[in-house]
Design a protein around this ligand. Structure first.
Ligand SMILES: Nc1ncnc2c1ncn2[C@@H]1O[C@H](COP(=O)(O)OP(=O)(O)OP(=O)(O)O)[C@@H](O)[C@H]1O
Length: 517
């Protein structure tokens, strides 16, 4: 293992030299160095909270380092703000997208560009970029109708229109299906073939080994090593990140299933005109003790299903959704939470958590109907604080300060916080959309195991995920959502990646679910 970063390489396009950044007492980056060369895909690896996003923010002018410097083509440079780094050809696609839902793709892109290019001309440029790099984006669609995967492509296109020489992708594949990831890898290869440099942040070590030419590993805000990922194994990379063997978590033992906790009967939701917004005759039963997974390509109704199950969208028929024997189709989110249902939406910042509220207030937001924390309209701060501390401790949520605003947390730590907040409410039903998006390997295993434990205690768990491997690893039955229809869930042992993949693409299952051939 290298203890010191290697010397600067002459061909590096953008280089961080001994960058340090403190947030109060927390040293998020401690003399971190990294050089990105033209024509390479360089991975940046580290556990949740290791300091990856902080480094990237300093490399694009979103944060200023306390010490250290940036070099651009070997010469010192200061980026006072992101506009100045963009002007020098540094483009970043962050985990949290900065798009306006009410605007179309082309309007969103226009907002980020200087001048007043006519929208039709800009739409034509977007189409060109889309075709050149194989990114499926429709310029005239409203962003609010797009899945997270589609939004990410909009952000990538927006970046590419600025003709960047360095493109930084912060966990780009965590929200993508295997096919979408393959497409993105092709795009990344095209970009590096053109001599651009790509910095690729990912927790998926196998894809890093396939795609990246070099990898820099951070741990606890420090540079640990620079390695050739192709010469490493996923295990050896994980060891570098964690500093020890990654613990294998025990699988929870088999248990008996109980009463149905969630019943969905003939659920129909009309579309709002966009693709993938309607639900057609969806039926599903999840019993106490079981985990059902829903696979599918983003934009096939999963978002609507989550909204209608969480009560953000109401069903016309009260009986079409039954939670723990109570007809709930017309109940709002708070009433459904009072039935001890817990919800973890896909978008953690802005949907699962209010970005500018402190973490403890974010706990209050979803627990006030539980009875313990609010009594007779009065918040019991000691109980709230105890719950907050318990979430932080049990779910190993790491951050600086005592009770920061949600937006201050690293992506993976915020996800652990949201899961912990919902799980510790002791729900009888928990619905999770993309449970481990942006979460490092050890934390992902912990989250899956926690959901397994909840199931063993009698909770029903519904997991919507685009990560097929995740669904095959820890769910009991899997169904596929395609064009608003849900296949009959089949036990994991009776299905296969190939069969699910076919159904995701729209192959008929004959009404019997997706069985292995
Ligand atoms: N603006 C801020 N104020 C206070 N603390 C911050 C701020 N930004 C980041 N931190 C803290 O700095 C540390 C590093 O965070 P960072 O987001 O860089 O990690 P990361 O490696 O990108 O993690 P993840 O994989 O979860 O996205 C974390 O402990 C985080 O809570």
């Amino acid at each position: 293992m290298t203890e010191n970063p290697p010397n600067a390489l002459p061909a590096s396009l953008l280089e961080a030299v001994a960058l340090t950044k403190r947030f109060g007492a927390l040293v998020a980056n401690d003399h971190v160095s990294l050089a990105i060369r033209a024509g390479e895909t360089h991975a940046l690896l580290g556990e949740n909270g290791a300091g990856k996003s902080t480094l990237v923010k300093m490399m694009c002018g979103l944060l200023q380092p306390d010490s250290g410097e940036l070099l651009y083509e070997g010469a010192p440079i200061v980026f006072p703000d992101p506009a100045s780094s963009r002007a020098r050809g540094v483009g970043v696609v962050f985990q949290h997208f900065a798009l306006f839902d009410a605007l179309t793709v082309v309007e969103n892109v226009a907002l980020g560009l200087p001048g007043h290019e006519p929208l039709s001309a800009l739409a034509a440029r977007i189409d060109d970029c889309v075709h050149r790099y194989g990114l499926a984006v429709e310029p005239w669609r409203r962003v609010g109708e797009l899945s997270v995967g589609e939004r990410q492509r909009v952000e990538i296109v927006r970046c590419l229109l600025g003709d960047p020489r360095v493109l930084i992708l912060d966990e780009p594949t965590s929200v993508l299906t295997p096919d979408e990831s393959e497409n993105l890898f092709r795009t990344v290869d095209l970009l590096t073939d053109e001599g651009r440099a790509v910095l690729f942040i990912s927790h998926k070590l196998d894809e890093v080994r396939r795609l990246c030419h070099r990898a820099t590993v951070l741990r606890g805000g420090r540079f640990i090593a620079e390695v050739d990922p192709k010469a490493e194994t996923a295990g050896s990379l994980a060891r570098l990140m964690v500093g020890a063997e990654v613990p294998r978590l025990p699988r929870v033992l088999e248990h008996e299933l109980g009463e149905p906790r969630l019943l969905i009967r003939n659920l129909n939701i009309p579309g709002d005109g966009s693709r993938g917004s309607a639900l057609r005759d969806v039926n599903l039963e999840i019993r106490a003790g079981e985990i059902v997974g829903i696979a599918g390509v983003a934009g096939n109704g999963q978002t609507t299903l989550f909204e209608v199950l969480s009560g953000e969208k109401l069903a016309d028929d009260q009986e079409s959704i039954v939670i723990d024997r109570v007809p709930a189709g017309g109940l709002g989110p708070t009433e459904r939470r009072a039935l001890r249902a817990g919800f973890v939406p896909e978008e953690r910042l802005g949907h699962a958590a209010a970005p500018d509220m402190r973490l403890s207030d974010n706990v209050l937001l979803t627990t006030h109907s539980d009875g313990a924390i609010v009594k007779l309209g009065v918040v019991r701060h000691s109980v709230l604080n105890a719950r907050f501390q318990e979430i932080v401790k049990r779910f190993d949520v790491r951050f600086g300060g005592r009770d920061p605003k949600a937006r201050r947390l690293s992506g993976g730590n915020l996800q652990k916080f949201v899961i912990g907040r919902e799980v510790l409410r002791d729900p009888v039903l928990i619905i999770v959309d993309q449970p481990t998006w942006g979460v490092d390997a050890a934390a992902a295993a912990f989250i899956r195991n926690t959901l397994r434990e909840k199931a063993a205690e009698g909770c029903a768990v519904l997991v919507i995920s685009q990560d097929l491997d995740e669904l095959l690893e820890f769910t009991d039955r899997i169904a596929v959502m395609c064009e608003g229809r849900l296949t009959v869930p089949v036990p994991v042992a009776e299905t296969s990646r190939e069969a699910i993949g076919l159904a995701m693409g729209g192959a008929e299952d004959g009404g019997e679910g997706v069985h292995a051939a």
